[in-house]
Design a protein around this ligand. Structure first.
Ligand SMILES: *Cc1c(COP(=O)(O)O)cnc(C)c1O
Length: 394
């Protein structure tokens, strides 16, 4: 394939400078050589006291695991490095706030069978594994992933598939976990093939951070499965422009050439990506990787995440500074996944200034006011809930 125009390979750092290229590019080598122990981590990077203590707690909360590839993206001399903050444990994860929850978006209450979360009428979340290539410290499913908290999650594919078969209102299945792309090709093919046989299942997508943590996993055999059973959509999880490497570019390119539309879901994180410059750079890089920014999440109220959570109003400001200033393709929808299980609620800057019988008054991205008249002869009598169309006050 052609060399990408906008992305560079990160030079490999110690102790991996002399690893054979075939090994480095082998996803099994990357998994086998993950950093999972504090001694390994300390031989590579100077940990702060909080990070060091965090590592000692990780086994009981959420395992420490970082692929050499992803670790290599960290600037080890920068204690504030945005990738470091996502994957290196911190003792602040044990400082639990009163309003924080182990299951912050109420998944367990909406689970008719183990591994299925059925919250919206037409679609289900199907958790097919509890393992990931690396662990995000703010993981909303830290109760069950990495099996550090004795949650005893045992996804049973056939029980989940039966539930989907028996509920014809399900037209949309989202495979997630853990990370579904950590499963073998055989298991992935089995799941997708069984889903494709169900007549009412139209839309199949996968939520995965593998392209970001372990881009080597995206190989021709996996892509052939997506091509065969396509369209299969993919949501990846990139938070910072430093994650947009040549390796990620190539993974996305292979997926896109196999007919996989790719979206990105970012989480707004304090000190990682909560400023306009970082977010603008990220979304523009994503477009150049054929990835459409889909959702920007307010960080869930997962236990021990206060040090990473931002004021929700910051997210609104960031969206306001992007919308109209760049293409709509680049602007994600900012959402709060409602605590306790209300689902994702879109949060937007307010562009409606007032609504009357005669006109709707709007503000554009520059703050200039515009009026659009309401045609009384045609539509106004047909609204089902006119009271809902009112400006919000922020
Ligand atoms: C996020 C989510 C979905 C998918 O929602 P979309 O808005 O379609 O991306 C489905 N089920 C659950 C439980 C979810 O949390």
């Amino acid at each position: 394939m052609d060399e990408p125009l906008f992305f560079e390979e990160t030079p490999r750092k110690d102790p991996w400078t002399n690893i054979r290229v075939e090994d480095w590019n082998d996803w099994k080598w990357q998994l086998k050589n993950r950093i999972t122990k504090i001694d390994q981590l300390e031989s590579l990077i100077q940990l702060s006291k909080d990070e060091r203590e965090g590592c000692l707690f990780a086994d009981k909360k959420l395992a420490l695991a970082i692929t050499p590839y992803f670790f290599n993206l960290i600037d080890r001399d920068d204690p504030e490095d945005p990738i470091r903050k996502q994957v290196i444990p911190n003792v602040k994860e044990t400082h639990v706030q009163e309003n924080e929850l182990l299951d912050p978006v109420g998944e367990d209450e909406n689970s008719p069978v183990e591994g299925i979360v059925h919250r919206y009428p037409d679609r289900v979340l199907f958790l097919v594994t509890d393992r990931c290539a690396a662990y995000c410290r703010y993981c909303t499913r830290s109760r069950l992933v990495s099996n550090a908290q004795d949650y005893n999650f045992h996804p049973r594919f056939d029980a989940g598939l039966d539930y989907i078969r028996n509920n014809p209102q399900i037209r949309d299945v989202l495979l997630s976990g853990g990370d579904p792309l950590l499963l073998s090709n055989n298991k992935i093919e089995y799941l997708i093939c069984e889903l494709r046989k169900i007549p009412h299942v139209q839309f199949i997508r996968i939520g995965s951070r593998i392209p970001v943590f372990l881009p080597q996993r995206i190989d021709p055999a996996l892509c052939a499965i997506f091509k065969k059973y396509g369209p299969i959509w993919l949501s990846i999880h990139v938070n910072h422009p430093n994650e947009c490497s040549k390796e990620l570019f190539h993974a996305c390119e292979q997926l896109a050439f196999s007919g996989v539309p790719i979206g990105n879901q970012s989480v707004l994180l304090k000190g990682v990506n909560n400023n306009t410059e970082t977010m603008r750079s990220l979304i523009h890089k994503l477009l150049m990787m054929r990835v459409r920014p889909y959702y920007l999440y307010q960080c869930d109220l997962i236990t021990g995440s206060a040090h990473l959570r931002t004021d929700p109003r910051e997210g609104i400001e960031i969206i306001q500074s992007l919308r109209g200033h760049t293409t709509g393709y680049a602007v994600p929808q900012f959402v709060i996944d409602a605590p306790g299980g209300g689902g994702k609620i879109p949060i937007n800057p307010n562009y409606i200034e007032s609504v009357s019988e005669d006109a709707i008054t709007l503000k554009n991205y520059e703050g200039k006011r515009y009026t659009y008249p309401i045609n009384k002869e045609s539509e106004s009598g047909k609204l089902e809930h006119p009271e809902l169309i009112q400006p919000l006050v922020i």
